[in-house]
Design a protein around this ligand. Structure first.
Ligand code: KIV
Length: 268
């Protein structure tokens, strides 16, 4: 029997900077967490769950209760990967004190190891407040889905004059404030590369750069679950939706033609 891999800690993830790439994926439920736990280093219960699990048009409608429910299920299925839960829109912006109250509520209820929050320089005082009080923070700069309306939709960031400098300043501020790693989402490649070379904390890219210290994808995109749309930065490793539809169509056919259940499925 193989020994289960050791549980990864926040310092272990931080120590990966410039060394072994960090493999990260989102998960939203218990079976998925069990399936991927020993294969990845970090599982993010992303607020993308609002869109990919609950069918919301964006992530702004996600609540703390939703994150707690999904976070609990994922934590129960993970003994190796570091589980990070996203702070939903409106739960960290008001004040560092409110952010601390909401973050500790999520950590206490789910048992997760860290939280993630979106934001740059404006959120640095909050990241400092949280990390100084024992809440490990994964930062998130570049394309920030919670601010998609303000950014003009889900657009690659860093092309407009001054934008690259702002995103670099955002990453530096979040790093200096004590984040143990930073997600860089949807930026032009040279910018994500430069940020990775500049900041002392690991960067985890999504639509960013192969030079990042790690990569993350939304698991539904990677597995081809339920959506035909795949952004340019997604590599599909499976076609689950097609497989699931074929299986359900075969089941429906079997029931309609009375081929299921067979004798072997019945109790004498
Ligand atoms: O919510 C999410 O899934 C995320 C990842 C895309 C990084 O923030």
């Amino acid at each position: 029997m193989s020994t289960p891999p050791k549980a990864l800690s926040v310092p272990a993830i931080r120590a990966r900077k410039g060394k072994v790439p960090i493999v990260a994926l989102t998960a939203y439920d218990h079976p998925t967490a069990c399936e991927i736990d020993d294969l990845v280093d970090l599982i993010l219960v992303g607020d993308s769950l609002g869109m990919v699990v609950h069918g919301l048009p964006n992530t702004q409608g996600v609540t703390i209760d939703m994150m707690v429910l999904h976070g609990k299920a994922v934590v129960r299925g993970a003994s190796h990967a570091l589980v990070v839960v996203d702070m939903p829109f409106g739960t960290v912006e008001e004040s560092p004190e409110t952010a601390f109250r909401n973050a500790t509520h999520i950590m206490r209820e789910t048992g997760c190891s860290a939280i993630k929050l979106e934001g740059g320089q404006e959120m640095a005082p909050t990241v400092k407040f949280l990390t100084e009080r024992g809440v490990p923070v994964l930062g998130h700069v570049g394309l920030m889905p919670q601010k998609a309306a303000m950014l003009g939709g889900f657009r690659t960031q860093g092309r407009k004059t001054g934008m690259a400098e702002k995103i670099m300043a955002d990453a530096k501020a979040i790093c200096d404030a004590g984040a143990f790693a930073i997600v860089i989402e949807g930026t032009i490649e040279p910018l994500a590369r430069e940020i990775t070379e500049t900041v002392s904390t690991p960067t985890i890219g999504i639509g960013a750069s192969p030079a990042c210290d790690g990569q993350i994808l939304v698991i539904n995109d990677l597995l081809g679950r339920a959506s035909d749309y795949a952004p340019k930065f997604v590599k599909r490793y499976a076609e689950h939706a097609t497989g699931a539809r074929e299986a359900v169509a075969a089941y429906a056919d079997d029931v309609r033609t009375r081929q299921f259940p067979g004798k072997e499925h019945c109790f004498e």
